[in-house]
Design a protein around this ligand. Structure first.
Ligand SMILES: NC(=O)c1ccc[n+]([C@@H]2O[C@H](COP(=O)([O-])OP(=O)(O)OC[C@H]3O[C@@H](n4cnc5c(N)ncnc54)[C@H](O)[C@@H]3O)[C@@H](O)[C@H]2O)c1
Length: 255
């Protein structure tokens, strides 16, 4: 799937991994629809120019996301929408039982799973329905979906029951979705980032972030959002990448 002159919808585009991906794809000549709850997408779309549109949406809303996909299909013109890079998500930390013996908050658990997992399904189903209507391109493809998991799906730490479960669900959907959508010539991939330097990390205590960075075998640092964007672009252009989850983590295995 080529990037130039194609249209991509990016969620979580106001910040971190999503914003870096939007900038990279736009710089490579793509048209981009930037989706986020945060109004930062409006300024980013203005900066990226004519081929960029902002949509202030909640990814868990069926109606709002349908409108965003309609915007993307219209922006794509004859070619429609070529791909989705779904980065919107939240992190949460809570122990099953806190230090005073109280059980974890059930509403907070359900919120994390709803945004990260149900939200991913919402984005995937609407993306697939929109792209299944495309004519196949020169390489026979109709579209590509890239979801964002986390290494916490595999090596979740204490306090990450909600986050790990939500991201493990994203991992679990990759293969069945790729199998199903193969008949529409739509690929489905997921990236499982390690520890990346984005605003999301500000929600984790600084000493914990530094400890994680020190545990990365090589390079011994946090990942850069541009490195995520680089992999997203490679997934778009490489047609053999399908039904897989790629860890992007410098070799870290969290304890
Ligand atoms: N930063 C890391 O180290 C790291 C590691 C593993 C996985 N991830 C995952 O990568 C993705 C991007 O994270 P990031 O680090 O760029 O975080 P970030 O906080 O910088 O950006 C996330 C964006 O998602 C948006 N968002 C959250 N809930 C939303 C909703 N319901 N509807 C629309 N937009 C919503 C936020 O407004 C924000 O702009 C997330 O799914 C996160 O879980 C991040």
């Amino acid at each position: 799937m080529q990037v130039k002159e194609r249209t991509f919808l990016i969620t979580g585009a106001a910040s971190g991994l999503g914003a870096a991906t939007a900038e990279r794809l736009a710089a490579a000549g793509a048209k981009v629809v930037l989706c986020d709850l945060n109004d930062g997408v409006t300024a980013l779309a203005a900066r990226l120019g004519e081929g960029a549109k902002a949509c202030l949406v909640d990814i868990t809303s069926a109606e709002q996301m349908q409108q965003a996909f309609d915007t993307a299909v219209a922006l794509g013109g004859e070619r429609g929408l070529s791909g989705v890079i779904h980065c919107a998500g939240v992190v949460s930390v809570a122990k099953l039982v806190d230090r005073d013996g109280n059980p974890a908050d059930l509403v907070s658990y359900a919120r994390t799973v709803n945004i990260n997992l149900v939200g991913t399904f919402n984005v995937m189903r609407l993306a697939a329905a929109a792209m299944a209507k495309n004519s196949p391109d020169d390489s026979g493809e109709r579209g590509v979906i890239i979801n964002t998991a986390s290494i916490a799906a595999f090596d979740g730490q204490v306090g990450q029951c909600a986050y790990s479960a939500s991201k493990a669900g994203v991992v679990g959907m990759s293969l069945p979705a790729a199998r199903e959508l193969s008949r529409h010539a739509i690929r489905v991939m997921a990236i499982a980032p390690g520890v990346f330097e984005t605003p999301m990390m500000s929600e984790i205590p600084e000493d914990a972030v530094q400890a994680l960075a020190a545990n990365v075998p090589f390079p011994k640092r946090l990942g850069k959002a541009e490195e995520f964007a680089q992999l997203a672009e490679q997934i778009i252009v490489n047609p053999m990448l399908n039904g897989e989850v790629i860890r992007l983590d410098g070799g870290i295995r969290m304890q």
